[in-house]
Design a protein around this ligand. Structure first.
Ligand SMILES: C[S@@+](CC[C@H](N)C(=O)[O-])C[C@H]1O[C@@H](n2cnc3c(N)ncnc32)[C@H](O)[C@@H]1O
Length: 213
């Protein structure tokens, strides 16, 4: 991604929606930010089209976006700030920070949208749906909480379905043509999804739920 000009002042203007992992009210998000019923996090939120639309649609939910690339996150932060959304916090962090940001069971939902497919066996561990990441997600999701996963990449989708099942998630709403079956209506789209959808690329999606004991 091209380096964004004036990155630091632009991020500083959006300070109200930014938070660092060190400042995160781990275990106390809902009391630190009162007025919300649940916390949903998006991993690799990119430029933030999805998190902005989700936050507008669900004002009682606190949305936390995690993105490791500042040049992408600054666009998300500007979108959130300019929309005057109070129910979004953004972290410039790695996905692996989750357990230091959220207490066990604190999250109701995790969104993984169009994560990097990392083709080949050697790099499979870097996929956000590989076993070590799924084990992390299980610790921060509440029983009955879920992962909403979307991708254009069928190989990554097959891999992910297999790993979700192997790690004990219950799968539902599996589709390999999200927009073909429902039309685009009702689906909140990401930046990548908007591009793929306009090119006629089919989108795969599923929900992976942490079983209640
Ligand atoms: C292909 S883009 C998709 C962006 C957005 N979710 C969308 O659908 O438009 C993947 C994004 O995930 C971010 N990302 C990849 N691995 C990550 C990680 N381990 N932690 C945080 N962000 C990550 C990348 O920097 C990039 O912005």
């Amino acid at each position: 991604m091209r380096r964004k000009p004036n990155l630091l002042p632009r991020l500083a203007r959006c300070a109200d929606c930014m938070i660092s992992a060190a400042e995160a009210p781990r275990g106390e998000w809902l009391s630190a930010f009162p007025g919300f019923d649940a916390i949903h996090a998006e991993l690799g939120c990119g430029k933030g089209l999805f998190i902005r639309a989700s936050a507008k649609a669900f004002p009682r939910t606190l949305f936390v976006g995690i993105e490791r690339v500042a040049d992408a996150l600054v666009i998300a932060a500007e979108r959130v700030t300019d929309s005057e959304l109070r129910n979004v916090r953004l972290l410039l962090e790695e996905a692996a920070c989750l357990p230091s940001v959220f207490a066990p069971g604190e999250l109701s939902r995790l969104y993984i949208n169009f994560c990097d497919p990392w083709p080949g066996k050697k790099r499979a561990k870097r996929r956000l749906t590989s076993d070590s990441f799924l084990a992390l997600y299980k610790t921060v999701l509440a029983p009955g909480g879920d992962i909403r996963f979307k991708t254009d990449n069928t190989a990554l989708f097959d891999f992910s379905i297999e790993r979700f099942e192997a790690l004990g998630f219950a799968l539902s709403d599996i589709t390999r043509d999200l927009h073909g079956e429902d039309g685009a209506g009702g689906v909140i789209m990401t930046d990548y999804e908007t591009k793929f959808h306009s090119q006629g690329v089919k989108i795969c999606a599923c929900t992976a739920t942490v079983p209640r004991e």
